[in-house]
Write a protein that binds this ligand. Structure first.
Ligand SMILES: NC(=O)C1=CN([C@@H]2O[C@H](COP(=O)(O)OP(=O)(O)OC[C@H]3O[C@@H](n4cnc5c(N)ncnc54)[C@H](OP(=O)(O)O)[C@@H]3O)[C@@H](O)[C@H]2O)C=CC1
Ligand SMILES: N[C@@H](CC=O)C(=O)O
Length: 377
């Protein structure tokens, strides 16, 4: 049996879905000879961990209880009453994670799974990479901070997986890596990489108000924790940066041209998420509807497009033909066209659900299983 010790950072929508997938896939993994041992789970304030990460793990009953506690809005601290775990908080968390990494390194190693939406995990992840930990990410922020941080994270390519950072569970990163490693240079990527913006555009085309559709996208689990990350284009810009860096571009987030769907007066420094959703968004309904109607009068639709070509890396709204690959998109689907020497006239096209907690967590789980060979001894 291959044992993979895991430490999950972030037990929000995606993290909890991952824990549910891990528990429900036990019979399948057991047939495959793999055992995922969750030795710790942390949120923004606390960490619960197995009493001894070498010999024990958080059992399934505990993990499901944890999911219940977190979805009810309570703190991980509450699990201390449940027994069978250690609880840490504040600065102690990073110290303990490194201690676990050092302990497990002697036996099998540790996988850190980042399902947070925080830009603050990057430091811990880089330190963990130095201790030969594997890293699996749904969080795009660590890969889109400085080039220095990026270089550290990807310094051991076999030990990092981040399929869910672009296109949720779609095989985008793995396909690009396969093309590149065969010496086939990619010269153009164009696509729609936001499940939220794809859903919003196609639903508003169908006549629903922008504000209502954004709220629904949040409820369906398509948006970032703060939907302004999607509406500002920054979430797509991060995906574009991840792809551009994969292609070898030495660029940063601030070199990407980004178009926002809301004004600075509605930004996070000015109003809370709830205020934005209930009071800010309705003020944008008319403008978005006008832009969509205007495009429609020319037989076109609006799509939030990501383009990476030569020195260009940009994201923003474009009017595209209704019958194009981008124009035909519906719901939360993403579509990505990859042009390379082998795919020069007809691109390689990847399309499917590009957002949602289930597909994202499934992508993370597949990444974890993909590194199982590193845990065989
Ligand atoms: N939903 C989707 O379709 C997709 C999502 N993703 C990515 O998945 C990630 C998670 O999204 P989602 O689950 O919706 O987000 P949530 O806001 O629901 O959950 C985030 C979790 O991270 C925790 N957290 C915050 N800071 C830290 C930290 N420094 N260390 C450890 N944990 C921390 C939060 O703690 P607390 O509970 O205390 O607030 C919370 O538990 C995001 O990065 C998102 O971009 C990627 C692809 C698709
Ligand atoms: N908020 C994102 C989720 C996946 O990264 C999106 O809408 O695409």
């Amino acid at each position: 049996m291959v044992n993979i010790p895991l430490l999950l950072m972030g037990c929000g929508e995606v993290g909890r879905q991952l824990l549910h997938h891990i528990v429900s896939c036990r019979p399948l993994h057991s047939k495959q000879g793999v055992m995922l041992r969750v030795v710790g789970v942390c949120d923004s304030k606390s960490m619960v961990a197995a009493p001894d990460v070498l010999t024990s793990h958080l059992d399934d009953e505990f993990l499901l209880k944890l999911c219940k506690v977190k979805s009810s809005g309570s703190s991980l601290q509450e699990l201390a009453n449940f027994g069978g775990c250690q609880v840490f908080s504040g600065q102690e968390i990073a110290r303990k994670v490194m201690e676990f990494a050092a302990t497990l390194r002697k036996l099998s190693g540790l996988t850190l799974v980042d399902c947070s939406a925080s830009s603050q995990t990057v430091e811990l992840l880089s330190q963990a990479v130095n201790l030969d930990c594997c890293v699996v990410l749904a969080n795009k922020k660590p890969l889109t901070s400085s080039l220095n941080d990026y270089d550290k994270l990807v310094s051991q390519p076999r030990r990092i997986r981040h399929e869910s950072t672009v296109g949720a569970g779609l095989p985008v990163i793995s396909s690009i890596n396969r093309i590149l490693s065969s010496g086939d240079p990619i010269f153009r990527i164009i696509g729609s990489l936001s499940g939220t913006l794809g859903y919003v555009m196609s639903e508003v085309e169908g006549g629903r108000p922008f504000s209502e559709v954004v709220n629904t996208a949040k409820r369906l689990g398509y948006t970032e924790p703060d939907p302004r990350d999607d509406l500002s284009g920054m979430d797509v810009a991060r995906k574009a940066l991840i792809l551009a860096r994969l292609l070898g571009r030495r660029i940063n987030l601030d070199s990407i041209k980004v178009e926002s769907l809301y004004p600075v007066e509605m930004g996070p420094d000015v109003m809370s998420v709830d205020e934005f959703l209930s009071n800010g968004l309705p003020l944008l309904d008319k403008d978005i509807q006008n832009r969509i109607d205007n495009a429609s009068s020319k037989g076109k639709v609006l799509r939030y497009v990501c383009l990476i070509e030569e020195s260009r890396c940009e994201v923003g709204i474009q009017e595209v033909a209704k019958d194009s690959a981008l124009g035909r998109l519906k719901g939360s689907d993403n579509v990505l066209e990859i042009y390379s020497r082998c795919y020069s006239k007809q691109p390689l096209v990847i399309q499917g659900a590009g957002a949602g907690n289930d597909t994202t967590a499934a992508g993370v789980l597949a990444d974890i299983l993909d590194i199982q060979d590193l845990f065989r001894h």
